[in-house]
Write a protein that binds this ligand. Sequence first.
Ligand SMILES: Nc1ncnc2c1ncn2[C@@H]1O[C@H](COP(=O)(O)OP(=O)(O)OP(=O)(O)O)[C@@H](O)[C@H]1O
Ligand SMILES: [Mg+2]
Length: 256
Amino acid sequence: MTTSALPQKSEPELRVEHVCQRFGDVLALDDVSFSLDTGKIGVIIGGSGAGKTTLLRILIGLDRPTSGSVFIDGQDITQLHERQLQVVRRKFGMVFQHAALLDSMTVFENVSLPLVEHTHLTKQQRRERVREKLDALELGPIEERLPSQLSGGMRKRVGIARALILEPKILLYDEPTSGLDPITARLVDQLIVKTRDRFGVTSLIISHDMAEAHSIADELFVLNKGKLDSRGTVAELRRQTGGLASRFFESSLIQQ
Ligand SMILES: Nc1ncnc2c1ncn2[C@@H]1O[C@H](COP(=O)(O)OP(=O)(O)OP(=O)(O)O)[C@@H](O)[C@H]1O
Ligand SMILES: [Mg+2]
């Protein structure tokens, strides 16, 4: 390995460079570049068909872009083989939309599943690790409950506990507040910030929810028809006039 392939001290956790993704005639991502530093919360906002899911799949190495590079900890993952990608994917935890818990399994079984698949921990060790994560997320003794016995907000927390169980460096959240009432949605936002503070994870959130972006984003990325329309802190984007970001702000009911 050459030294240039090693992560530099100032290297962002995640860096996307000139990524294009073409599906036939559709250019789903058109020369997208951005980076996110370790421990920061980035929010990608964009309308339906903007390319959000396409970008997410490329970031975790599920799809290879048509062109461009994706650096995770300084390593270009677009050049890796499937076996190497499996190692990279361990750096990510994914919080799925609607939590995506398995209904027939208890909370303990759901959260410990990645440990069963990827580690040699004993059941007792798995139980301790699950307990630690549930405690950190302020969930009570609910290991033996089924997902159907939990509230929407609790299910979301269990989904985050499962995403955290392998102690990833980067957490990706797909529409974390969709389908939740506004009060629960704001609690989930607080949880995302607390999770970052408690575990030091870098967090990237896909969202339609401008109130969410406004309250938690260190950095906001606005995708429009495959292009990165604008990026910056909320304060920076609020100062822009006429762009898509300002239209997003106007369309949301955010009072400053
Ligand atoms: N596998 C695919 N084959 C062909 N076209 C695709 C494929 N995946 C995505 N696209 C197209 O790429 C564009 C971006 O899709 P993508 O799913 O990334 O949007 P999105 O921002 O996630 O939208 P939504 O908010 O509705 O989930 C769309 O025009 C979509 O039709
Ligand atoms: Mg999508």
